[in-house]
Each structure stands twice: as structure tokens, then as C-alpha cells.
Design a protein. Structure first.
Length: 703
């Protein structure tokens, strides 16, 4: 695009040959051989023709890239065509030109050539070739043009992708279909599905790397060009997997069978694999060969495995980018993320407590931090597994994705029954894992329960992958068309699939909308007060759906942000650490050691040999109880001062210790605790007990 800053104003003098070129008021000659005749003799037409010629004469135009020159020529050619067809021309000629382009070429206003032409006029209007009246007229033409804005559209989201593209889903999903309108529910289901799938793939990759013999067999498959030889090598690799202990290659075996199996042979392959596992008397390779390859000369059952040939596959990068998009990160910013943008905080045992993403936003060039993730969350675990899989020398998180990754990619149903070709790409593998891999779906069920999420995303996607439904690309092939428009495709089937696969923009916007309070089931379908049909017709109509979704959203976002950023990570961490310490605590009434001592927390100071057992020893006696009661009392008294001076100590140590001490006291006999409380109150009145936390309150430092 032309720029005011980069293209100098045309002010140079012109020679005789160029003067002759300018005096030709009937033709625009480009590159000395392409002629565009101008039929209009209107004053404005002649002025625009002269401006275009002046720009073509300037040396700066020759220095521009081939692509830049190409688009400039297109703009000039379209302008000449418009001027030849126009009967009424005035100072608003650029506005009329814009409307003409939008109508003729079916493009958006921002895609027209008007802005380029306006910039050309700004660059040449100071040329000495224009007289005063011409310059005044040029100023009037330029100042009267303001580019139109395209009609405002509803932002992309996963909800709109499902509902608008395939409203027929409701026929199969029933009232469950309404859950697609809940951004929080859909986002949680999406995160669980994508995170589980990526973790499953990374686990399979790790298992392959840990077995050098399997790695050699895997890479050896590509060394053969004959299709039949490749089939033998694939069978050899699968048989080697079956001979390994199941717990060491479970995910790898499941993934390879899913990736390599051609769908129409999948049932037969699964039956043969089960037969190999049950019959130990026969060699697994021989069983696979006899059942799947013997006497077969075409329509082989397997595809060569491709996923693990690179350190990080395109599929892994796509799935990881999906998870980052759920955190409301712009698609263009996702592709620029590196290791340096990921910060983690570990607890005393080296486990990840919190994970934070801190990056520079491309829009506005300012730092941005999505909500902090708990180390135990699925997204945090997946991010760390993904980063640990990257080559140590690689800083970028994404090398195979580029800016085109957010463009529309045609939706493909690899399971359609009449497909005559098979291929191994992201959408095919995504569909196979989601629909046919039982091991991954078992893990997914567990993750969904942990997150409190539903199967709404998986169920909707599974309906798309029905073997009776054909996508738009397949429809064009079936009916002998080069391509089909959306309307043409919809006429060919009553249950059309989406034209394109969901993009990062859909996921990012859904992540933004999901930062509101969770919808209740009663909000979606109130079965108590009326029938579901009443709900559909009177409550969740197109007229009020947007209002229902938007009302109170700002307040909900703010409150949710406060909870997720400021409170929830801290509370979850304290609960987790306290429970962990409770589980490691052993309350005893005696010890074999003659010189056992307890510290200020009431714990037994262990010997060097005992420290490795990862447990906490507590004596069940009055001294321990009094020590803990004093610590709790001092903590309650000094809590506000400690928070002001040393909040990290208050959050990461004090609260956890207090929770743990309450647990220990609950394990002591009630009689012992009652007596210890009386003894503590007597000692407290005598003022002989030491003050705790003075260092934390005065210097903000912990000893």
C-alpha cells in the first residue's frame, strides 16, 4: 500500500518526451506497451489521467516492488474503466469509484483501489505540471473522499461457528444443543478436549523416544518406495509395539494404530490387534500379515506414519495454538510467543505452582498477561509438556505455523463413505483421534470430570464426522464442479457441514466471552415453568439472545477477573499445600531417639536419614499442642501487620502452617487439647512466651 511517509512528493521537472506523454489526453500507456484508452472528456477525468501519468513518470515508482507496481496498475486500469462508464462526474468521483468497485467486483470497501488512488493524488498534487485551478480541484477531490466502513458483523466464536453453519445439529442433540450458546461451557469442553488430545500425542512421542529399537523401525518405513513393502514395514512396527509391555507403550500403540489405519479397514485392524493380544502362541507379525495383507494387491489397510518425523509436528503446533487462543491471546501474538514469555513459580518440592504468560501485544505495543494458571490445570500441564518436547536450542514455540494459519481452511470429513482417497493431515488426524481412539476418550472423560466440563464440543464435532455427511469440497468433486458457493452446497444437502474449519479467532473470542459467570441449566431450559418449545419461542429467540448474553457482562467479567487473578490461584494453592502437608503428617506418641526436639511449628526435627522419607513427624503431647496454639494465636494477632510487610510469607507460609496446625490439633485426643488450652492461657497471662513474626513485621524478611 502506498504511504505518505514512504513516497516523496512529485515536484521534479519533466523533459520534452515526458511532456508529450502528458499531453496525450486520450490514452494511459503503462510500460510503453499497455494502452488503456480514456473515452471521457470530462474535466475530472482528464485531471485523474494526468495525475496517474505523473506518478508513472516518477523514478520512485520504478524502485517499487513488482507486487506494488502490479496493484498500482490494477488500480489505474479500474479507474479508467470506471471513468469510461460514468456519465456524471464531480468532486466526489472517488466515492463513486468506490461504490462502483464494490458493486462490480463484490469486494469490501477496504479492499477497493480508492485509498491507493487517493494516496497517488496526494503525492502528485504539488507537481509543477498542475496549474492553480487543477491543484484546487485535486484538493477538493481528495478532501471529499472518506472510505466507507463495511457492515458491522457479529464477531466470530465457536458458538456461532456451530449454530450458524449447522442449525440441523439441534435435531440430533435436542435441548443439549442450547449449551452451545454458553461460552463458558463450550470453552471448558473445548479446552478439555484439545488439552487431552495434545497431551496424548506428546505422551506417545515420549514413549517412542524412550525405545531406540522402535524408533529405528519407525524411521525405516520411509526407506521403502513400494507400497506393499511399506505395508510390511508398518505391520512389522505394529507387531513390535504389541510385543512390548502394554504400560510402557500404551499411548504410542493406540496413537500409531489410529494414525495409520484407513477408516474403512479400522474395524478389521482393531479385531486383529485384539486377536494378537489374546493368542500368544502365534507370532503377532504373522497374524497381522495373514489377516490384513495376505493376497491383497490393492486397497491396503495402512497409511505410512508421518507425525513423529519432525521434532514438533504441525498438528502439535496447531493444538497448542488453540489452547493459547482460549486464554484470549490475539492469533498474531500467539505465533510470536517464545519460551521467554512463559514464567513459572515452583513450590518447595519443585512442583509447578503457578504459570504465567507475559508478552508484548502487537496491537498497542503494550505488555499483557492473561489470567495466571494453576500448575495443576490442564492448560499449564500441557504447555509445560509441549515446551519440554521442544529442541533445547529452539526458543520459538511455533515454527511451522505462520500468519496464514488463521485464514479459512476448508472443512473436511475424512469419514465420508464414498471418499476415494486417503490423506494424512491435521484435520484427518484430529477427527480420527476424536471419534475412533477409545484410549484418548477414556482419558478425556476423566479430564472432563476434573474440570466440571461437559462433552458438548465432542458431541457436536462427532455429528459432523458422520460417514453419511459430505463436505463442500467432496460435494464439488461428486457433482463435477470446480468449486461450489455456500448457497450451492446448501441446496445439495439438507444437513450441510461448515464450509471451513474453526480458526484461532473463533477460539479467542469464545475465550473472551467465557470470562463471565457460568450459565445455569435453568437459564437455558426451564423445564419446571413451561415446555422447552416455549423456551425456544419466547425466551431464547434471535431477538433477545444477544441481550441475554450481554446484560451484566462487564460486571461479571470484572468480578470473574478479580476471582481468577487475585483470589482463586492463591486459595487453590493454600488448599493444595495444606492438604499435601496433612497427608504427609504422622502423629506419634513416642520415638526411639533420645535427643528428639521440636521446632517453632511443632514438628519433630528429623535426623539426616529420616529427612529423605518425605513425611512430617508430630509428637502427640502437651508441648506440641501449646506450641501450635501459640503460633495460631500470634498469627491471628499479627496477620494484618504481616500482610503489609511481607505478603509472600503470609500467603505461602503462614496460612498453610495455620491450616496444618488446626488439622494436627484435630487429630489429638480432645482431653489433651482441652488441657493444653488451659495451660496455654495460664502461660499467656504470665507473659513468658516469646513473640513470633517480629522480623517479618519490622523488616519484611523471613528468617
Amino acid at each position: 500500500m502506498l504511504s505518505k511517509k514512504t513516497i516523496p512528493i512529485v515536484t521534479q521537472k519533466i523533459d520534452a518526451e515526458e511532456k508529450y506523454f502528458l499531453n496525450d489526453t486520450q490514452n494511459l500507456v503503462i510500460d510503453g506497451n499497455t494502452i488503456y484508452p480514456l473515452k471521457s472528456i470530462h474535466e475530472v477525468s482528464q485531471l485523474l489521467l494526468k495525475a496517474m501519468k505523473l506518478f508513472l513518470l516518477h523514478p520512485d515508482y520504478e524502485d517499487r516492488s513488482t507486487d506494488h507496481q502490479k496493484h498500482t496498475k490494477i488500480a489505474f486500469r479500474r479507474c479508467i474503466g470506471f471513468l469510461n462508464q460514468s456519465t456524471v462526474l464531480n468532486a466526489k468521483v472517488l466515492k463513486a469509484f468506490e461504490s462502483w468497485e464494490v458493486e462490480k467486483y463484490k469486494i469490501k470497501p477496504q479492499s477497493t483501489s480508492c485509498r491507493r488512488l487517493k494516496t497517488v493524488l496526494l503525492r502528485v498534487k504539488s507537481s509543477s505540471s498542475f496549474n492553480v485551478n487543477e491543484k484546487r480541484k485535486l484538493d477538493e477531490v481528495v478532501s471529499s473522499f472518506v472510505q466507507s466502513k463495511d457492515e458491522e458483523k457479529d464477531p466470530l466464536s465457536l458458538s456461532s461457528w456451530f449454530v450458524e453453519n449447522s442449525p440441523w445439529l439441534r435435531k440430533y442433540m435436542g435441548e443439549y444443543f442450547l449449551l452451545l450458546e454458553s461460552p463458558k461451557r463450550l470453552s471448558k469442553s473445548f479446552v478439555a478436549t484439545i488439552g487431552t488430545m495434545l497431551n496424548f500425542i506428546l505422551c506417545a512421542r515420549k514413549q517412542l523416544a524412550s525405545h531406540t529399537d522402535l524408533t529405528e523401525l519407525y524411521y525405516d518405513i520411509q526407506n521403502f518406495t513400494s507400497s506393499r513393502d511399506k505395508q510390511k514395514k508398518i505391520i512389522n512396527f505394529i507387531s513390535a509395539l504389541l510385543d512390548k509391555p502394554d504400560n510402557s507403550v500404551k499411548e504410542l500403540k493406540s496413537f500409531i494404530i489410529t494414525e495409520c489405519s484407513i477408516h474403512k479397514h479400522k474395524t478389521k485392524i482393531d479385531q486383529t490387534v485384539v486377536k494378537c493380544s489374546e493368542d500368544n502362541s502365534k507370532n503377532s507379525y504373522q497374524t497381522l500379515y495373514d489377516e490384513l495383507l495376505y493376497k491383497r494387491r490393492s486397497e491396503f489397510p495402512f497409511l505410512p506414519p508421518l507425525h513423529f518425523h519432525s521434532k514438533v509436528s504441525y498438528t502439535e503446533e496447531m493444538l497448542m495454538s488453540f489452547l493459547f487462543a482460549t486464554l484470549s491471546i490475539q492469533p498474531t501474538d500467539i505465533l510470536r510467543l517464545t519460551r521467554r514469555h512463559i514464567a513459572i513459580k515452583k513450590n518447595s518440592r519443585g512442583n509447578i505452582r503457578l504459570l504465567e504468560i507475559d508478552y508484548l501485544k502487537g496491537r498497542g505495543l503494550r505488555r499483557h498477561k492473561p489470567p495466571t494458571l494453576r500448575g495443576s490445570s490442564l492448560i499449564a500441564r500441557t504447555i509445560m509438556a509441549y515446551i519440554n518436547n521442544l529442541p533445547k536450542s529452539q526458543d520459538e514455540l511455533f515454527t511451522k505455523l505462520n500468519s496464514e494459519s488463521n485464514y479459512a481452511v476448508s472443512f473436511v470429513n475424512p469419514f465420508y463413505k464414498d471418499k476415494h482417497f486417503n490423506y494424512n493431515h491435521f484435520q484427518s488426524l484430529f477427527a480420527k483421534l476424536l471419534v475412533t481412539n477409545d484410549d484418548m476418550n477414556t482419558i478425556l472423560e476423566h479430564e472432563l470430570k476434573l474440570m466440571g466440563a461437559g462433552t458438548i464440543f465432542k458431541e457436536a464435532m462427532t455429528l459432523f464426522y458422520d460417514h453419511n455427511r459430505y463436505d463442500k469440497h467432496t460435494a464439488a468433486t461428486m457433482f463435477g464442479a470446480k468449486s461450489l458457493s455456500r448457497k450451492e452446497y446448501q441446496k445439495l444437502t439438507q444437513e450441510p457441514l461448515p464450509s471451513y474449519f474453526f480458526k484461532l479467532a473463533h477460539i479467542k473470542n469464545t475465550g473472551v466471552y467465557s470470562r463471565t459467570d457460568a450459565y445455569r441449566n435453568e437459564d437455558l431450559v426451564n423445564l419446571n415453568s413451561h415446555q422447552s418449545n416455549t423456551e425456544k419461542l419466547s425466551y431464547l429467540t434471535d431477538d433477545n439472545k444477544e441481550w441475554v448474553n450481554q446484560v451484566g457482562r462487564i460486571t461479571r467479567i470484572v468480578m470473574s477477573d478479580i476471582e481468577s487473578r487475585a483470589l482463586r490461584p492463591t486459595l487453590d494453592f493454600i488448599d493444595k499445600e495444606a492438604i499435601d502437608k496433612n497427608l504427609r503428617t504422622k502423629v506419634i506418641d513416642s520415638t526411639h531417639s533420645k535427643d528428639a526436639r521440636i521446632n517453632q511449628y511443632g514438628e519433630v526435627i528429623l535426623s539426616a536419614s529420616e529427612r529423605d522419607r518425605d513425611h512430617v513427624i508430630v509428637f502427640e503431647n502437651s508441648q506440641t499442642a501449646i506450641t501450635m496454639l501459640h503460633y495460631i494465636d500470634e498469627a491471628e494477632t499479627s496477620a494484618e501487620a504481616i500482610m503489609q510487610a511481607n505478603y509472600s510469607f503470609f500467603e505461602e507460609t503462614l496460612l498453610i502452617n495455620v491450616e496444618w496446625m488446626h488439622y494436627c490439633l484435630s487429630q489429638f485426643p480432645p482431653a489433651l487439647v482441652s488441657k493444653s488450652v488451659e495451660d496455654y492461657q495460664r502461660l499467656k497471662k504470665l507473659k513468658v512466651l516469646p513473640k513470633l513474626f517480629e522480623n517479618e513485621m519490622q523488616s519484611g524478611m523471613s528468617l
